[in-house]
Design a binder for this molecule. Sequence first.
Ligand code: CP3
Length: 324
Amino acid sequence: MRQAGRYLPEYREVRAKADGFLDLCYTPDRAARVTLQPIERFRPDAAILFSDILVVPHAIGQNVGFVEGKGPVLEPVQSARDLAALDPGRTLDHLAPVFETVRLVRAELPEDVALIGFSGAPWTVATYMIEGGSTRDFNTVKSWAISHRSEFSILLDLLVESTSAYLIAQVEAGAQALQLFDTWASAVPAADFDNWVCGPTARIVAAVKAKAPDTPIIGFARGIGPRLPDYIRQTGIDAVGLDSSISPAEAARDIQPICPVQGNFDPAYLLAGGLEMEDAALEVLEGLKGGPFVFNLAHGINKETPPAHVERLAEIIHNWRASA
Ligand code: CP3
């Protein structure tokens, strides 16, 4: 999950020099610097590339902006004509600066710190493309997808093609693992789950595996609870990111026998800090230690989080591992 970002003063300093958030994503030396900042501070075992899931719609030709205090704003896709204007063939040229960032980061990271590349999964990216930004209810994207089934499947296909090329190029530039963020998977109706979530993700996994068979792929489909085993089996992911609605005991019983898990420390505990945070972190570590796991947040870090809390959490994890 997010390591960089507005909770770190050194991030805000670099961000202030950039001409907006997307400019930061497309300026390799700055993007590399903010990728490395949390690694220098907290010494985790892996870094996550600094970029955003919305660079893919931008790359294929949609207007995308990030507005201060409002979040992402996109010119919404509403018709077959809007779709026809999108071209996944532009992906690699447009995103060349991101691949340069990957090379710069890999060259500077300590050898034993892995670099995780990422993208959004097609459904989650499509929600922003059709809603024109963040949404609470997903009414626009869901009703459009239902009433324009063939157009929606064309959009998912475009995203599969663009995302596959984008992830393969990240691996070629030096990413050692990949994560697919399907943050809004829980909004998908059960009847459409296979077509909108599992199918497109499975096609991306297959395309990446054909070129980079040894690169682990982590799938993060947030909020899907009981559908997780099905999601893991249908998509072919190597590991699964868990949100905090699953207890470590449930994950140990139901998920770890199928595949390694990543998670699932609620960022609200990190924001709160103190003994509550320490106990909750130990509960995750102790709960998942019977199987393969990567300790991580259950989703993105809150921007008010005191860096001292993150420092303390890293210390708890490092001490736990040293004594295990
Ligand atoms: O450590 C890292 O920061 C990794 C890079 C990363 C970012 N976004 C940087 C970012 C990653 C992995 C993401 C993923 C992402 N982006 C997701 C999926 C994961 C999740 O958190 O649910 C989603 C849904 C997005 C889309 C997005 N990007 C939103 C909704 C926003 C918030 C906009 C706002 O103003 O509140 C962003 C912006 C964003 N992406 C920031 C960062 C550090 C903050 C932007 C800033 O500096 O102004």
